[in-house]
Design a protein. Sequence first.
Length: 392
Amino acid sequence: MGTVEESTGPVRLDGRVVVVGGGLATARTVSTLRRKKLTGPIDIVSAEGHLPYDRPPLSKDVLSGAKDSTALPFDPVKLDVTVHTERVATGVDTRARVLHTGRGDLPFDGLVIATGAEPIRLPGDGEQITLRTIDDALTLRDRLTPGARVVIIGASWIGAEVATAATAHGCQVTCLEYADAPLANALGADVANRLVPWWSGTDLRCGTSVREVSGEGVVLADGTVIPADVVVTGIGVRPSIGWLDGSGLATDRGVLTDEFCRTSVSGVVALGDVAQRWSPRTGRHVAVEHWDDAGGAAATAAVALLGEAPAYDPVPYFWSDQFGHKIQYVGAHTSDDIATITTSDSGDLDTVTWTAPDGTLAAWLGVDRPRDVIAARTAVGTSATDFATAHA
Ligand SMILES: Cc1cc2nc3c(=O)[nH]c(=O)nc-3n(C[C@H](O)[C@H](O)[C@H](O)COP(=O)(O)OP(=O)(O)OC[C@H]3O[C@@H](n4cnc5c(N)ncnc54)[C@H](O)[C@@H]3O)c2cc1C
């Protein structure tokens, strides 16, 4: 969908807004609503027992021990917001304009859906830790003791950051990856193969298929059991949309919105990891699922709830800190694009430039190249040759 299907007009400034979620998208949307002079009541409904907090540091500073809290700057008293923690949204009646929760209904004039995403788990009754919440991170950190046998399933972005922390804590790390190299699905085999040396302090087993997590450890597809003291599953996430079943809101992978974060129902916006937003730039709905997008969309989502908003369709950006390196990626590439890899004098991965069939820059990745990120982000969609010449 590129347009909303029905219209009841914008939410009045004295209207009641309910925001579902407890992450970055929620914090930023609520702050913007108040800045834009919404005087009506705002209720935040969050499944977690905390005020909104940030997630990227969970797998970095919290696991390393540098931080115990990642609270976002957010003062409910100053913002005059009621935060309902440990309260789960269970459904929404978009005609009656009521949110159903595990602890009663909340009426709304405007609804913000910011329920993020939830980790995918593997079958089996053995303990597996996934890393999505501050509680997950603190639990995992306590278990990363010297010599502990930590088995990570998935050499993903999360898997790599957990492996970094676990090796730093002196754990014996085994990582089981289905693909032939870490991040091969995300970055392609040629780039992924260059990342293998980073994993040298771990027992990285690529091309390995896991059947389940049992009480004895991780059971592979061939029946082999890998014993483990700690099992961390990092095989991806799914947008948290199950609670919207039967609501009539248009969904696909996530909640479908237009470029203004408006869903198929007037007065209901969605943003962050839960949303799949129309991108006029690429001509499709995109599920970006990165920090920069969740935070940046808030200004548009809040303003769109109250009236006319500017479109939000930036070139995607994300980063990952792993094995002492910062990876930064801008744009989005497909298997049709040609990857050009540069390496440093020592042979380490330096940059990757993906060129689309029409010669434009589709995406760029830099390793420890923070100064080039803005230029690369600006160059996406322009001549890849010009960008490569300017940044040789
Ligand atoms: C460990 C970790 C590391 C990351 N590192 C990076 C990184 O380095 N770079 C990067 O770009 N991105 C990173 N990300 C992704 C980034 O954090 C997310 O894109 C961002 O948090 C999305 O924000 P959000 O507000 O949309 O959702 P979330 O932050 O996921 O918040 C959603 C909230 O909604 C709540 N909720 C869900 N369902 C319900 C319900 N039915 N009722 C009530 N509440 C509900 C959840 O409990 C949660 O509090 C990382 C994510 C994680 C987990």
